[in-house]
Design a protein. Structure first.
Length: 335
């Protein structure tokens, strides 16, 4: 009995150390990028900042990253350690500890602060691993990064030929594709991407965000894949000459986001957490939340079409998420 107790204690300590290691590895990767020390991203990033204006900018960007890393790690560890038959229920319960709407509906957009303001965007999906082939995490990451290239009918997406120098080079206008159809090429490791995502609203004009993207592996965990996104700063007049109008401005001031994909033999977790920061609040927050959930449903449809699935293991029913957001859209989700 004493041996058994010692063994259990040892396993618990090992599990805690593993969780801490994964969380720290993710935080370290994101901080290297956010502080301009990553060889791929370089210094052209504008990470989200916490709302604590008493702290310097570096501490505020680190606080956002620590929050992202801790939440993703908690969800991933719950998913990984749950019994196979109970993975979805336990993972949803873990997500509910951060946001009940995401646990119930699969996605949400929440707003915090009274200046500066934060916008937190979450998505939760599950995919049967067997449907994704021999390299399931890579396949699912490919579908997600492909989805990032696909503008919805009401949106305009542009890709910079040179992601390291937004002020020069060719601009490619990306073509909308029907929901569920893979259109653009998946993002590949070792390459940086820059996309401008816009929506034009009659009488109001352009609302855009420009971000840099890269696919990564989590150090020390070969079963996990990441799509990392940070806002690209745009000083006045610094954008490509193709965008001398309002498209040359970002509507948020900072953005840090991670798609986290963890493939186990029976099931694959997709968890997305992104945080935007802005000095002024975005209006029509209920509309933005509804639009975000609609986008998550579009991703679910794309996954099913690409993997030839009739349905996913858990598909929350949310009729509102399948309808277009009404009226004046005052911000664009930086997917």
């Amino acid at each position: 009995m004493k041996f058994l107790i010692s063994f259990v204690c040892l396993m618990l300590v090992a599990g805690a150390a593993s969780a801490e290691s994964s969380r720290d590895a993710l935080a370290a990767m994101l901080k290297t990028i956010a502080h301009g020390k990553d060889a791929e991203f370089g210094q052209g990033v504008a990470p989200a900042l916490s709302s604590d204006v008493s702290q310097p900018a570096a501490a505020r960007m680190d606080a956002v990253i620590d929050r992202i890393a801790a939440e993703i790690d908690k969800v991933a560890q719950t998913f990984a350690t749950a019994p196979a038959g109970d993975r979805i229920a336990r993972t949803r319960a873990a997500v509910a500890g951060y946001d009940a709407e995401t646990a119930e509906l699969g996605a949400s957009r929440r707003f915090e602060g009274d200046g500066p303001y934060l916008s937190l965007m979450r998505q939760l999906l599950f995919v049967p691993t067997a449907a994704a082939g021999a390299e399931p995490a890579d396949r699912i990451l490919g579908i997600i990064s492909n989805f990032e290239h696909q503008p919805r009918t009401a949106d305009s997406y542009y890709e910079y030929a040179d992601a390291t120098d937004l002020g020069h080079g060719a601009i490619m206008t990306l073509v909308p594709a029907p929901v569920g159809r893979e259109a653009a090429a998946a993002m590949i490791p070792g390459r940086l991407y820059a996309l401008k995502k816009c929506r034009h609203i009659p009488l109001l004009g352009w609302y855009c965000n420009t971000s840099r993207y890269a696919v990564r592996r989590l150090p020390g965990d070969d079963s996990a894949r990441l799509l990392v996104t940070l806002l690209a700063p745009l000083a006045p007049g610094a954008d490509n000459p193709a965008f001398r109008d309002a498209r040359g401005q970002n509507i948020v001031e900072g953005y840090t986001a991670v798609y986290f994909i963890l493939a186990l033999p029976d099931m694959t977790l997709i968890y997305n957490l992104g945080i935007q920061s802005r000095r002024e609040a975005l209006r029509m927050q209920d509309t933005l939340d509804r639009e975000h959930r609609r986008e998550s449903r579009a991703l679910a449809q794309t996954l099913k079409a690409a993997l030839r699935l009739d349905r996913l293991p858990w598909e929350p029913i949310d009729a509102n998420a399948l309808t277009s957001a009404p009226g004046g859209y005052t911000g664009i989700k930086n997917r």
